[in-house]
Design a protein around this ligand. Sequence first.
Ligand SMILES: [Fe+2]
Ligand SMILES: [Fe+2]
Length: 172
Amino acid sequence: MEHDSPKSNASSDLIDRVHHEHVHLRRLFEDLAGTFERIGAEQTSAERKRELIESASEDMEVALDDMLEHFNQEEEIFFVEIEERFPVLSDRIEALVKGHELMGQRTRWLHEQLGKSAEEIGRNLTVILDVVRSMARMIEEHTEEETALFDDVLTKIPADERRALLEKMREI
Ligand SMILES: [Fe+2]
Ligand SMILES: [Fe+2]
């Protein structure tokens, strides 16, 4: 580990930033799973259920916005740069982009469900909760694959270029 070498700073900034966003996204879905569990609990009153649905809907909107912004940054900057430099990694990148599409679709579907009536949401709760939990798992797996890719790649990119990449990412 070269923590105090100036050359390693840009890449650790970059990795830290992406890592921070991954943690944030996973936590959002874990919290949402908790909210849906409370919505489904028998002891929760009808009024409280409606409040929880409203707050879940707001949280889902935040999750969707933050997630799409994060995916866009990865696809427009990281993935493009990586593929240009290391065409051999294009299959791994393609798989990650497919993951983004699937997670985006599922989150949009979840957000749509939250626009329905409390009764309807109550009837679909098992499916909704399954999808929310599957999202938390997908984010976790996706993050592992992505972190491995970034680690492989960033160690191969010269320090000054990593810095330039970080600057570009900040402009988005
Ligand atoms: Fe990603
Ligand atoms: Fe990511």
